[in-house]
Design a protein around this ligand. Structure first.
Ligand code: APR
Length: 230
C-alpha cells in the first residue's frame, strides 16, 4: 500500500464550527497570543489561561467531525494513511482515523506543570480544569498544549513520517507556523503534493496540485483524483 501522509490545520475543523486562528474573525483576532498561548502567559495568569482552554474544551464537546475528517478514514481502504495534525481538537479521532500525530498537543489532556511526563486524560463529564487541580506530585495541571516559543516534541517523528510519504496532502493550514510548516522541506521531490484550502496559501515547493475548496468538498475531490490515479 502506498503511504499517504496528511498534514492538517484548523481549516479542516472549520466546517464543524471551530473557528480557525488567522482568518477574519479567527481566534487570534479575539485573543492575544501573548495572553493565552505562551509560557509567560501561564506564569502571569494561570486562571485566565486555564479558562481559555476550558472554553475550547466546552466548544469541542458541542461539535462533530465533518466530511473532511471522515473522508480521510475512507482513504485507509486504499492507502496507509498517517495524519499529522496541528489541531488540538479530537475530531480526527472521533471520525475514526487510525494514525494521528498531534504536533501542538491535545485539548483533552492536561499535564503537570513541573513533570512533563505526567499527562492525564480529561473525560467529557470532567473537562473543566481548575486552579488547584494538581498532579500526583502536587504541582498544578496545565494544558497539554505546545505554546508559542515551546519545543515541539513530536517534530522528529513527524519528519520521519513525512520523509516516507509517497503522496502528501495538506488541508486547511495557512503554513504560517514553524516548525510544522517546515515539514514540506522533507517530502521526496517525486512525491505529489495536494493542497486543499478555499483561500490562497503560499507553498515553498513547486508541483503542487491545488484543490481550492473547503475541506468537505476538497476531500471528496481528492478521493476521486486518487482513485483515478491508483
Ligand atoms: N476548509 C479548509 N480550509 C479552510 C476552511 C475550510 N472550510 N476555512 C478556512 N480554511 C483555511 C484558511 O484559508 C487557512 O489557510 O484554513 C487555514 C487556517 O489557517 P490558520 O488559522 O493559520 O490555522 P493553522 O494553520 O492550523 O495554524 C497553525 O497556529 O495558532 C497556532 O497552534 C496553532 O496549530 C495552530 C497553528
Amino acid at each position: 500500500m502506498k503511504k499517504l501522509v496528511i498534514l492538517t490545520g484548523a481549516g479542516i475543523s472549520a466546517e464543524s464550527g471551530i473557528s480557525t486562528f488567522r482568518d477574519t474573525g479567527g481566534l487570534w483576532e479575539q485573543y492575544a497570543i501573548e495572553d493565552v498561548a505562551t509560557l509567560n502567559a501561564w506564569i502571569k495568569d494561570k486562571a485566565l489561561v486555564t479558562d481559555f482552554y476550558n472554553q475550547r474544551r466546552k466548544q469541542l464537546l458541542q461539535v462533530e467531525p465533518n466530511y473532511g475528517h471522515r473522508g480521510l478514514v475512507e482513504l485507509e481502504k486504499q492507502f496507509q494513511v498517517s495524519i499529522i495534525t496541528q489541531n488540538v481538537d479530537n475530531l480526527h479521532e472521533r471520525a475514526g482515523s487510525s494514525s494521528i500525530l498531534h504536533l501542538h498537543g491535545e485539548l483533552t489532556k492536561v499535564r503537570s506543570e513541573k513533570y512533563e511526563n505526567l499527562v492525564y486524560e480529561l473525560t467529557p463529564d470532567k473537562y473543566e480544569v481548575k486552579i488547584g487541580d494538581l498532579c500526583e506530585k502536587g504541582y498544578q495541571l496545565r494544558p497539554h498544549i505546545v505554546w508559542f516559543g515551546e519545543a515541539v516534541p513530536m517534530m522528529e517523528q513527524a519528519i520521519q513520517i513525512t520523509e516516507q510519504a509517497d503522496i502528501l496532502v495538506i488541508i486547511g493550514t495557512s503554513l504560517n507556523v514553524y516548525p510544522a510548516a517546515g515539514l514540506l522541506y522533507y517530502i521526496r521531490t517525486e512525491a505529489p503534493v495536494y493542497l486543499i484550502d478555499p483561500n490562497d496559501v503560499s507553498v515553498s515547493r513547486g508541483n503542487v496540485h491545488l484543490i481550492k475548496k473547503g475541506a468537505s468538498e476538497g476531500v471528496k475531490e481528492l478521493i476521486k483524483l486518487l482513485q483515478i490515479q491508483s
